[in-house]
Each structure stands twice: as C-alpha cells, then as structure tokens.
Write a new protein. Structure first.
Length: 107
C-alpha cells in the first residue's frame, strides 16, 4: 500500500470559493471583438479587450462554445473538442488568451 503525502502547503479554503464573490462576464467569441475585421469576433479581439473587461469589474470570463461546429445549434453541436473554430482564431491564439497575465490590466 502506498502512503499518500499531503500537499506541501494546504489549500486555502477561501481560494476554493473564489467564485462566490466573482463577477463572471459571459461572452460569445463571435459576437464580442473582431481583431481582423472579417465581421466575426476572435481570440485576438478578446485579448485586446481584456483591460476593458477588467475596467468593468470582471474577475473571470465564461466563454460560450468556440470549437469547430456545423453551427446548427449556435455552436453547441461540437464537431471536435480538441480544436478551435477557424473563424475565432488558432490554437496559438487560444493559448495566448489562457496564458497567465503578466500585468494587472488583465482580467
């Protein structure tokens, strides 16, 4: 039988309940901000607007589906859970979005 070692530092109970005081801004990528002027919102546009969301008081962003989809159900009919819908950007754009912020101007 293997001994299970506890974490070096205990998890703070307050950090597990962060959402209780959070302001969560829900958005659909395609309708939020368009960085390449094709008429469809994208991850680069969202990244550019993060300071704006912070100014609004948002502490988290909840995204509607952004995976490839035939779009018969507004994106909820997901065709591939491991990719980004090409209209919204690339996997690199998504990674840039989820990368931890390097300054306090980001959500």
């Amino acid at each position: 039988m293997t001994d299970i070692q506890p974490h070096a530092e205990p998890v703070k109970p307050r950090s597990l309940l962060w959402y209780k005081d959070a302001v969560i801004y829900q958005l659909h990528i395609k309708a939020f901000a368009d960085a390449n002027a094709d008429g469809i919102g994208d991850f680069p546009g969202l990244i550019a607007k993060l300071p704006y969301l912070k100014e609004l008081g948002a502490s988290a962003v909840w995204l509607l589906p952004f995976y490839p989809s035939p779009l018969r159900d507004d994106g909820y009919d997901i065709a591939d859970y491991k990719e980004i819908h090409s209209s919204y950007g690339t996997m690199a754009d998504f990674h840039a979005f989820v990368k931890p912020p390097t300054n306090s101007n980001c959500v």
